[in-house]
Design a protein around this ligand. Sequence first.
Ligand SMILES: [Ca+2]
Length: 266
Amino acid sequence: MKKSNFIVFVLTLVSALLLCSCTQTQKITNEKQIAIQKPGWQLTWNDEFNKMDHSKWDFNDPFGKERWSELQAYDFPGAFEIRDGILMLKTEKQQAMYDGKMRDYTSGMMSTRKIFLQKFGWFEFRAKAPTGRGFWPALWLLDDPHVMEIDILEMLCHRPNVATFNIHWNDETGKHQARYKEYEGPDFSEDFHVYAIEWNKNVVVWYVDGIERHRSYEGVPQKEMYLIMNLAVGGPVPGNPNAQTKFPSSFDIDYVRVYKKTASEN
Ligand SMILES: [Ca+2]
C-alpha cells in the first residue's frame, strides 16, 4: 500500500470507529431517556447521579441531632461518593464529632428538604442495600415540620432478604399510628432493585421491581413531602455492628425519579 493510501485507510478507519462509538453513545442516551419516560406520568424531578449535584440535595441530616441512639456521625462530607453513575452513601469505622459527641462511625444522610417537595405521584429509587448487623438503610418521604412519614424502603441488614415498608401519622387524638409490612424476597444486598410508591389522595401502594408488596388506605398524607436517603449504623433498632460487619460499606443508589400523573390521567 502506498503511504498516502495507507493514511487515507487509517483516517477512514478512525472516522468509522468514532462514528460507531458516537452512535453507540447516542443509542445508550436514547435508551436511558426512554427508560426514564413513564406512560401516563410526567417526570417532575430526578437525579441519575452522574455528578454530585448540590442544587438537588442537602447533604446534611435535616433532624440535626442523634435519633434512636444511633452510633454514626452524619454531616460528614466523605460519606458521599459518585462512581460510574452510582451514588454511594458510605459508612466507615472512624471517629467524628456529631451532636456534641465523638462517634465511632461516619455515614451519610441527604434530603431534598427546602429544595424539592411534592404532594402525590410516583417516587422511584433503584438501589442496592448493604449487608451486615448494625446497618439500617432507608429511602423515605417526610413532611416539614415532621409529622408524617412514608418509608418506601427500610432494611435491617442482618436480614438482607427482608424489605420493610411503613407509613406513620398521628391520629385525631395525637396518638402515633403506623401500617408496617415486611416482604421476604431475594438477598437485596446482592443486586440493584427498584423500590417505588404510588401515592394519591386515597392510597399509598408500595412496589418492588414493579410488583405490589404493600398498601395503606389509612394515614395517607395530604401535603407535600421531601425525599430523604440515609444509612444509619447501630442503636437498638438494627443492633450494633459486630465482628462480621464489614467497614467500609455502602448503600448504593443508581437513580431517584419522581413523577406526577399527566393531566389526561387525572
Ligand atoms: Ca445512575
